[in-house]
Design a protein around this ligand. Sequence first.
Ligand code: PHE
Length: 355
Amino acid sequence: MAHDLEKAKQDFLAKLAPLTKEAEILNLKSEFVGKTGVVSEMLKSLKDMNPEERKTFGPRANELKDFINDQCNLQLSKIEVEEINKKLAEDRIDISLTDNIQVKTTKGGGFHPRTIIQQEIEDIFLSMGFDVLDGPHIEDEFHNFEALNIPADHPARDMQDTFWFHDPHTTPADTKKYLLRTHTSNIQVRGMLSRKPPFRFIAPGVVFRSERTDASHEMVFTQLEGMMVGKDISVANLIYFMKTILKEIFKKDVEVRLRPGFFPFVEPGFELDIRCLICSGAGCSVCKQIGWVELLPCGMIHPNVLKAGGIDPNEYNGFAFGLGLDRLVMMRYGIDDIRHLQSGDLRFNSQFKLF
Ligand code: PHE
């Protein structure tokens, strides 16, 4: 009997050695220690043995049974570990990037040239003690015209072809009319009404005019309003600020000229022109062949405007200006048609770098 046990053991080990699959091992296990397995059958025959034989053979047969179970389980867990490792190796994601792989990089966004200039100008004015204000695009007649010394029948209203809102709910008694602001000067009024002098602020933003478009005119364009109110402010102060800002923007001295200009809200009023930087004064479509570009209407604030803004003109005075931001952008980047700015063409928009 002992011989049978040893033979069964060797037999089992020989059969186990080449097995690599879970199913094969499970089969082998049942072949030896399953219900009708070799070793199980031997254990069953214990009952036919005499007590002496049973005593020696019993424990040894059980030992073999445990041995076979252990061996099989050991092999099974080995296979399991191998399978896990294999899966881990196969499913491994290589997150490293090797030099020889060409990677398509996405293009970074860029700022619209108007944004670049606007931020730059804001920074320059902030450093000179100005606040930066914002105001509504949809405005009423009072803030866009009346408070700026342009009453209803004033011919100056024709200077700015206006987009009016037709309000079907307006009754004849309600004369308050709304419009798309024709200039950023509406923020002059709002700025004055919301602060006490002395103060200085700028207000950049889009404005709207019902105009025919060409290389230098758009229906929607941008201005940058400025206002400084205090005591004993002079035209010399105005010129100083204007020249300083242009020098900062163009990083060089720009040739300027001052002409008298009429705006109902300033007295005296000026047109500040700069020598056309597109054609250097030779004449082009941007400067309408005259070599100069109207860039900066400005002047000393009219007393009526100060009054409408709740400021005593006998005590305070000041200057105001309305910088044409789009023209400035065109001058600095050499853009020969204002319509490019509004085109939304990414090929145009993405080519501008900060200076
Ligand atoms: N609001 C004027 C315009 O749009 C510009 C301006 C502003 C002129 C301030 C003088 C002072 O034409």
